[in-house]
Design a protein around this ligand. Structure first.
Ligand code: SAM
Length: 305
């Protein structure tokens, strides 16, 4: 891995400075980098996707351990630097691109680069401003791989660093103030393992907040029980939008994506108290309700944010 002075030199060589816009905080703590690699538990049979390789500090470690690495960097200068330094490695593909094609889709060139194997593991220190859509889209893609095998990439494992507040939301239990749409989705599609907490000084420049490592293992058996993920996402969006309100009021709102009668009947069928708040409804209850509502969407459904 690269030291702080090596990262500074590489950036100076490329005439670059870290930019906030792209969430450029480089991990400079060797111990914590080793912990992230340990948590990812890679082997030479795996294809790894790294989103935001930066100067390539983690990339070097991935290339040495995984069978193949696809590294996607939005910053043109850094992508060129990475290509110059590590482009000669036969098992590395560097893409200069935004990993997201809009909020609800991973970039087609990223998916195309992974299409050959159809399976990949994500290992990344994620750019914080786009971490949620990246994770949601990876889970969504994995769920689609169950429904349309060969036409979507299965992300079997996602190992990443995010801001601690998001890590808390990802693994929150019902009833906690962090519990929300992403907690429900994660709990219905994957098994989560919280990893080490990173203080701001583990990065250069230091961010304002603490960070945390998390590992999510996509759980095929669990995910199979979600009939239609867009319906579940639309349900979570519609209910948590007003998290202090009784869940029954969501069905009565004009912008509710579901038929009102079907929604209200569904609460009874799924044994959800109509007076409960969304944060008191368990992931399993949301899944049952979404399965009941599938096919009864009133307007275009949307993925959660
Ligand atoms: N991998 C390095 C490390 O471990 O220290 C840098 C991680 S830094 C937190 C995030 C990286 O993501 C930056 O290199 C940034 O330019 C890149 N990035 C930001 N937004 C991106 C996006 N939408 N698509 C691809 N890369 C992005």
């Amino acid at each position: 891995m690269q030291t702080l002075s090596e990262i500074r030199e590489l950036l100076a060589e490329a005439g670059q400075e870290p930019t906030k816009r792209f969430g450029q905080n480089f991990l400079i703590d060797a111990n914590l980098m080793a912990k992230l690699i340990e948590l990812a538990d890679m082997d030479s049979a795996q294809t790894v996707l790294e989103i935001g390789p930066g100067t390539g500090s983690l990339t070097e470690e991935l290339v040495a351990r995984a069978g193949r690495v696809v590294a996607v960097e939005i910053d043109r200068g850094l992508a060129a630097l990475l290509q110059r330094r590590l482009g000669g490695q036969g098992n590395l593909t560097v893409l200069q691109a935004d990993a997201l094609a809009g909020k609800h889709k991973l970039a087609p060139e990223v998916l195309a680069a992974l299409a050959q194997t159809g399976r990949a593991n994500l290992v990344s220190n994620l750019p914080y401003n786009v971490a949620v859509p990246i994770l949601i889209n990876c889970l969504n893609e994995s769920w689609r791989s169950l429904r349309t095998p060969g036409q979507a990439v299965r992300f079997s494992r996602l190992t990443f660093t995010v801001q601690r507040e998001l890590a808390d939301r990802l693994v929150a239990d019902m009833g906690s103030s962090d519990y929300g749409p992403v907690s429900v989705l994660v709990s219905l599609l994957a098994r989560s393992t919280p990893g080490r907490i990173l203080p701001p000084q583990a990065f250069w420049p230091p961010p304002k907040v603490h960070s945390q490592m998390v590992r999510l293992d996509f759980d095929e058996t669990l995910a199979e029980q979600v009939k239609d993920l867009p319906t579940l996402s639309a349900l979570l969006g519609a209910t948590f939008q007003h998290r202090r309100k009784k869940i029954s009021t969501a069905g009565k709102r004009r912008d509710c994506p579901f038929d009102e009668q079907r929604f209200l009947a569904g609460l009874g069928t799924c044994e959800i108290d109509p007076d409960s708040r969304p944060e008191q409804v368990s992931p399993e209850q949301f899944r049952r309700l979404a399965n009941w509502l599938e096919g009864f969407t009133r307007i275009g459904s949307d993925l959660v944010e």
